[in-house]
Design a protein around this ligand. Sequence first.
Ligand code: DAT
Ligand code: MG
Length: 140
Amino acid sequence: MTERTLILVKPDGVQRGLSGEILRRIEAKGYTLVAVELRQATPELLEQHYEEHVGKPFYEPLVEFMLSGPTLAIVAQGERVIEGFRSLAGVTDPTTAAPGTIRGDLGRQWPTKVLQNLVHGSDSEESAAREIGIWFPGLA
Ligand code: DAT
Ligand code: MG
């Protein structure tokens, strides 16, 4: 089934110059880029985006990290792209993410405790629709 997902190259990825490498992996897999835009997140936008995590112990450090520089916001389209991109990204913690995945090959957990795991990908059709609406209201 053709679907759309929201992907973010987080500030660690942009700062480390990995935007191109991550876009390359998305395109090499055959997904279509629908929107790509460099954006500076705001606390309000992140509170919506990470609504399920508000109040968790890692929420404040996560927001601080996400405000530390620009984020590359991407909408990609393709056959089962929601699950497919999560698979390309690897598991949340880069220290255990499998080799061959974005987080496994390139992610770091140091020098801070915050998981610098380079990318976000929507985790369900419902999240994808919600998150695309937050980052790209014109596309929803
Ligand atoms: P994912 O990004 O794999 O969907 P998530 O939605 O559970 O993971 O969490 C969102 C982000 O919050 C994640 O990319 C990194 C951070 N995070 C999650 N769990 C964490 C934890 N236990 N400690 C520190 N940061 C965490
Ligand atoms: Mg998530």
